[in-house]
Ligand binder design. Sequence first.
Ligand code: COD
Length: 303
Amino acid sequence: MIASFAELLKEVKGSPKKTIAVAMAEEEDVLQAVSMAHQQGIADALLIGDKNKIIETSKQHDIDISAFDIIHAENEWHSVSRAIQLIRECMADTLMKGKCATATLLKGVLDKEAGLRAGKLLSHFAAFEVPAYHKLIMLSDAAMNIAPDLQAKVSIIENAVQTARMLGIDKPKVAIITAIEKVNWEGMPCTLDAAVLSQMSARGQIKHAIIDGPMAVDNAVSSRSCQVKGIISEVGGDADILIMPDIEAANVFYKTLTYLGNSKTAGIIVGAKVPIILTSRADSEEAKFLSIALGTVTSVRNQ
Ligand code: COD
């Protein structure tokens, strides 16, 4: 079981190298991250974007990109579609977002003819190493599905569970996060979804996980909170995965951990033909590097 990013890196360094197609690679942090991944034997890269700007950015920040092929693309959309095409032609194993907008990348991925759909819902999966928690904590969906309904939540859970299992967590503990631990069907309909998801898990309709909800974040990560509130739960205080009610809650949680929680972060889109390394533009070079490691390990284990 991978319980820290150090363990993730150890695992990925012992795995076969993968090739990343970087869409709109003319961004300093992205070039730093792929260069570091190459130096550490984790991944190779194809840099797609404005060739002059890629070279200029690398020179300006003294980044060694000599090992990578650069494929010129006229504009943002051309960069995204060319990167996706290279994956479809098996020239690369994972896709990475460079300077392009998230929505542009996702629209390219979702394109029915030329995209990377695999016949199921795509969702964002993030992992955090937080000093206050005893293992990695995983989160979905902070970046793709805006307001998932019950059916979409089932798919989001299945994607997250599958990814956690690739990290060696055989039966992840999943907390369905809401503001309270009881059902309030009128005021907070997400609590009703949480109760249904929990029961679906108990009856084996969602497999390979232990799911409990509704749960507030404190119940999910603190046994003491469960004791105080009289919650008896296998998940309480030991959750591996937090499923948020919508993108707003998930994104606020993601950014709070990143900026105020002294955490390390990695994020990818799962459910497509290949993992998509997708970080926020303001995320650190380290977050981009760790996301490459996460994307690479899931690519290796997905084979
Ligand atoms: N998985 C699989 N198929 C999907 C998904 C998904 N998650 N989302 C949409 N589709 C399919 C639909 O079934 C349809 O066939 C087609 O894609 C278009 O669907 P629309 O019209 O609902 O989708 P778009 O193209 O308008 O938008 C899709 C986005 C993913 C771009 C949109 O949901 C979005 O903007 N999400 C938030 C992205 C964002 O801003 N993230 C930043 C937060 S950091």
